[in-house]
Ligand binder design. Structure first.
Ligand code: ZN
Length: 475
């Protein structure tokens, strides 16, 4: 049989199945069953999705009360008093929070598994489970004295989006999978997005972790073991995702900025995630008495650092793009006395962009300036070290279209925007097409106890996520 003929037969068969189930949907008996189900569950149920169509918008209902209760309950697993939340990787509170999420996943009928560093997966098998899954998720670790929404909305909200789809009667074609990423925050071991970097296959990180210790001198693997993740070989390649594991990944997150709230917009559709590069610089000159050494005879390391700090600003502005930013967040002078010429200066520079080449060009220009300044001021550029240089990520065009379509169907206002903070999605983008949904948060506050997102805004995000997952699952 020719391919074309087989294809048309398939289409005919599909049409027939749809036709029959459409008739069935209108029988009185089914109507009665549906009514009973709706009364029993408290949610509208639809059975018109058996042919692989999107769930209807009116069938998507978020259980706001339960979701808020879960967010509140999860926030009690904290090492500091409410309203602040402190939940550090592999501590007792982190383990309890993970257990809570595992239970919540199981209650939603998801099949739960964990990898060797504690990335946690809850899977809803699709009717074509051999296809790459559609992933969604975020993190639940929290830096000291932060809030209860960062990351959490993208984990509990993702589980609720699965519940929303189940209640609507939707049947996924590709499996849907909720992921809790290990250690998005760098608090304990100084490494951000630890879990997602490993999922993306970072052998460099897997090797580095063998020699990684926290401030109390506890090794990464001892800490992991204490949380129940046994890995005696200290070999992490099992964590790396196999190619094609995911056909798409979408993360729901609070904006952590003020734009959506200020403009009264429901949903932010992220088009790109900016990525930072950080550089450490050291100048060494000659110190001396602030009164005795005359100006022509000085080799002032502090002035070299000051000139370089202005150079960073100049080179960033020269890029001509509003998306290029640069910050000198650390500037230490030695010995740091009012009557002593600085003999050493240390700078730490953070520069970010959504365009990798443009950002790296800034770093190159800063390096050239550092060399020129050292020569002119007769100081030594003893270090110019690029500490990290992660590539930024663009969101996938077809995922952006799905998120837009979902927002429109739900009659929610939306705006395309850039994520200037980075997330696990930045690393998931290395192994899967990626997208992010933002919701407004109070005054853009994040990483502090005042962090807040209303349950209405969260529910909007959950609905857009649910509908987007449904669309991507059928692709
Ligand atoms: Zn986060």
């Amino acid at each position: 049989m020719s391919l074309k003929r087989s294809h048309s037969l398939h289409l005919l068969l599909l049409f027939f199945i749809c036709f029959v189930s459409a008739i069935r949907a209108y029988t009185d008996e089914d109507d009665r069953t549906r009514k009973t189900l709706e009364e029993f569950s408290g949610y509208p149920s639809h059975d018109s999705h058996s042919c692989g169509s999107d769930p209807t918008v009116s069938s998507l209902s978020v259980n706001k009360e339960t979701l808020q209760k879960q967010i509140d309950e999860l926030s009690t697993f904290s090492d500091t008093p409410a309203p602040s939340v402190t939940r550090i990787l592999y501590t007792e509170k982190d383990v309890l929070a993970r257990r809570y999420i595992k239970n919540t996943m199981a209650m939603s009928g998801l099949t739960v598994r964990e990898d060797d560093v504690g990335n946690l997966f809850g899977r809803w098998d699709g009717y074509e489970p051999e296809l790459g899954a559609v992933g969604t998720g975020s993190h639940v670790d929290a830096i000291p004295y932060s809030g209860k929404y960062d990351g959490v909305v993208g984990v509990l909200g993702a589980i609720e989006s699965i519940n929303v789809l189940r209640r609507s009667g939707f049947k996924p074609k590709r499996s849907l999978e909720v992921i809790l990423f290990t250690s998005e925050e760098p608090t304990r071991f100084g490494i951000s997005c630890l879990g997602s970097r490993l999922l993306a296959g970072s052998q460099t990180l897997a090797n580095a972790l063998k020699g990684t210790f926290d401030a109390q001198n506890i090794s990464f693997f001892d800490a992991a073991r204490s949380a129940g993740y046994t890995n005696d070989k200290e070999e992490l390649s099992s964590v790396f995702l196999k190619k094609g594991s995911y056909s798409a990944f979408v993360e729901l997150h609070i904006e952590q900025g003020p734009i959506l709230e200020e403009e009264g917009i429901d949903i932010g559709i992220v088009t790109a995630i900016a990525a930072p590069a950080s550089v450490k610089v050291d100048f060494e000159g000659n110190g001396g008495h602030a009164g005795a050494v005359l100006m022509p005879n000085r080799n002032d390391a502090g002035l070299a650092a000051a000139e370089l700090a202005l150079g960073v600003e100049k080179h960033v502005l020269e890029s001509g793009s509003i998306d290029t930013v640069g910050t000198v967040g650390v500037l230490d002078l030695h010995p740091g006395a009012i009557n002593s010429i600085p003999s050493k200066a240390h700078l730490e520079i953070d520069t970010r962009d959504i365009d990798e080449a443009r950002r790296n060009n800034v770093i190159e220009k800063v390096h050239k300036s550092a060399l020129a300044i050292a020569e002119k001021r007769k100081v030594k550029l003893s270090e110019f070290k690029i500490v990290n240089q992660d590539p930024p990520a663009l969101c996938d065009e077809s995922i952006i279209m799905s998120m837009e379509a979902a927002s429109k169907e739900l009659e929610l206002t939306y705006k395309k925007m850039i994520s200037r903070a980075y997330h696990d999605s930045l690393f998931m983008a290395r192994v899967s097409p990626m997208g992010m949904i933002f919701i407004p948060c109070y005054k853009g506050y994040s990483h502090k106890p005042e962090e807040y997102a209303s349950i209405e805004n969260i529910a909007n995000g959950v609905k857009v996520l649910a509908l987007t997952l449904a669309k991507l699952s059928l692709q």
